[in-house]
Design a protein around this ligand. Sequence first.
Ligand code: COA
Ligand code: AMP
Length: 631
Amino acid sequence: MNYRETYRASLDDPETWWMQAAEAIDWDRKPQKALTDLGDSLYEWYADGMVNGCWNAVDRHVAAGRGTQAAIIYDSPITGAKSTITFAELQGRVASLAGALVAQGVGKGDRVIVYMPMVPEALEAMLACARIGAVHSVVFGGFAANELAVRIDDCTPKAILAASCGLEPGRVVKYKPLLDGAIELADHKPDVCIILQREQERAELIPGRDLDWHAARQGVTPADCVPVEGNHPAYILYTSGTTGAPKGVVRPTGGHLVALHWTMKNIYQCDPGDVFWAASDVGWVVGHSYICYGPLIHGNTTVVFEGKPVGTPDAGTFWRVISEHNVRSFFTAPTAIRAVKREDRKGLERQKYDLSCLRALYLAGERADPDTIEWAGDILDVPVYDHWWQTETGYTIAGNPAGLEALPVKIGSPTVAMPGYDVQILDEAGHPMKPGELGAIAVKLPLPPGTLPTLWNATERFRKSYLTTFPGYYETGDAGMIDEDGYLYIMARTDDVINVAGHRLSTGAMEEVLAGHPDVAECAVVGVSDALKGQSPLGLLCLTTGVNRPHDEITAECVKLVREKIGPVAAFKNALVVDRLPKTRSGKILRATVVKIADNQDFKMPATIDDPAILDEIRAALKTIGYAQES
Ligand code: COA
Ligand code: AMP
């Protein structure tokens, strides 16, 4: 079947289509049906099946004779370490870590926070949870203690698996003080923390609460795989929403196994045994789906890369890893390619390596600009496939099904909707729009398997965030259009979420922090254009009456505050004091207009603006820090 037929079949008869797809997975009890309609726009997939994620990612490959195949290749240009873990070794390591968790009283349904850098043990931690039916929640290492505390209180973990440190170029990020600080801040306290001591930083363990990673495993019985219901949460992954409180996206076990397996061949063109590499981080959804689960479920070797696209040690790192480890499909964020392009526009580093193993480059996480796509295609001489997805979906909503049928690439479009996703463009009233017309991108319910069935402990918030604007649809939060050929174009967010270096960040969360500064009366954070990172946050601050300290001091304190409260990942480096903020007559801050002014783009004067004269003031203020420049 070609793409069109496959896609149509998935929408016309989802039950049959997804039951067939489910055959690629080992079930302890096969589901009798795919979809359950719970009413009120809530759905579940494979709810009556029994399955184990770790079995499918690890044990079944050993049972099938792939035990000696590399499951994980670890390559750390930061430390110089390289190692390979076979599926058989991974099975042993994961079973003993799972045994340690069981010995600490962790069982099916208990939550476990994983706070780890890009080391193989991070994957082992996730898989150990999956093995015993515990629900992991990985927290990205670039978040501050406060963000970790918020997640601890929301998912109330019984255990935390962490490393002593992460490694950023030129900087050891000590995780243990952040972890201790977070536990101190949180109301909920975990029973146990299991700490991987790295040689770059040995952490103090707190007696009675902390255990050493290796010691915790000694003498325990390795744990077997525990079958869980198809709708059992595999993990919770927090992502930024409009407000400061992150949203706990729930990933259902059965659906995510089935869907990820399908994508490995049909999108990423991998056959079992091939090496697949996603240069992301386990803290993001790409890391969950395509560093850990997807490739392993499909019997591929995955690469755990602890480094950066540039500076570790040079702009040839990506190409070295691809060449050295025989990577067939490579996935990264456009920002990472832009970083390489900025340092090595001529592609001289690339010429040092034989990249004949590489079949395609996949980009996601943010808008892929045409220059970056073209540059990458030219120097790599392989197709470059943009694809669009979200933490909420866990895999591609729109992409090029190259393993099924490679569709012509239209630069600027992530191509077409994937099976199960009935993607539509809606106007404000929720009516479908014509090809070429710009509107809100929505997906007709039900969403396909593997996508979020709800938010952790927050079904009402789930409804409010995604289901109420367009009844019968999932609201993606992105705006765009579909052309006459069915190609989708992603143009902008419809909310105040911004995307910095492929990281999704909440301007609302940053505003909450800034508002906590004693001298700040009111503020707005906007995402302005950034040549490397796509967007970067800029804070506009109105000071409390009577404050007459130097503005530089206040803005520097604000920058520090955001780093302390949210973390370095927020990349909040710019703040500006202004007299007033532009608002509508009803008091809504006109953030989008500020962005247009900062980026020196044309804009229509908002009809509801309270006082148009403020815009000139804002433009003048932005000019003082290098924005709003005429090109
Ligand atoms: N732990 C601790 N700190 C981290 C971190 C982590 N895991 N990841 C990033 N940080 C820190 C960085 O060190 C930096 O700190 P600094 O302000 O002291 O310099 C800050 O967070 C901002 O990081 P980032 O936005 O990533 O910028 P950068 O200048 O370090 O690197 C790129 C720029 C383009 C090289 C980098 O952003 C990159 O590789 N991007 C690809 C992103 C990606 O893979 N996204 C996943 C979606 S697919
Ligand atoms: P995240 O949940 O962090 O993966 O962020 C998802 C958001 O990133 C989407 O809603 C989009 O706004 C943006 N995004 C992801 N992939 C793409 C893409 N290929 N093109 C444009 N925007 C993208």
